[in-house]
Design a protein around this ligand. Structure first.
Ligand code: S3P
Length: 169
């Protein structure tokens, strides 16, 4: 089978998109692009700062602009932010010409992998577990709909997930 020219990883915070994406890119000889990192570089500020100063709406505007841009690239693996799928225009541009992988992860793992992290403004509230649960309920159908392939990442090392994915693309 021909390797797609663009691979897009979607899924919730704590799914392992960045770690797995980097490994996958290395194996394929593709570049790795992390949309959150590109947003931070362009803005010269961190994600929490953008949320603080511009609100979530400001962050989403920046995210849409960057996703449009990254979706023109070829020979890349793109890790998206967990909320990238919430806008229909983002879903359309991410899907075009790409092989989309949903890294599906239980709430327990999402929580475990994000609870010490201060870089996710949506979770800096009293009950992050409930927030993850509400976001998952809203977004899981969107991830599923967009994906060409769903990979479960629970209790698997990033290396194992990357290896299993290489057999699917
Ligand atoms: C968000 C997920 C984050 C980042 C921002 C908002 C979300 O990315 O884009 O904090 O809405 O789920 P990760 O999924 O890489 O943590």
């Amino acid at each position: 089978m021909m390797i797609p020219e663009r691979i897009v990883l979607v899924g919730p915070m704590g799914a392992g998109k960045s770690t797995i994406g980097r490994l996958l890119a290395k194996e394929l000889g593709f570049r790795f692009l992390d949309s959150d990192k590109v947003i931070e570089e362009r803005c010269g500020a961190s994600i929490p700062w953008i949320f603080d100063v511009e609100g979530e709406a400001g962050f989403r505007r920046r995210e849409t602009a960057i996703l449009q841009e990254l979706s023109q690239e070829t020979q890349v693996v793109i890790a998206t932010g967990g909320g990238a799928v919430t806008r229909e225009e983002n879903r359309a541009c991410l899907k075009r010409g790409a092989f989309v992988i949903y890294l599906r992860t239980s709430l327990e793992q999402q929580y475990d992998r994000t609870r010490r992290d201060r870089n996710r403004p949506l979770l800096q509230k009293p009950n992050p577990r409930a927030i993850l649960e509400a976001l998952f309920a809203e977004r899981d159908p969107l991830y599923q709909e967009l994906a060409d392939f769903v990979m479960y990442t629970d209790r698997k090392s990033p290396r194992l997930v990357a290896r299993q994915l290489l057999n699917q693309i």
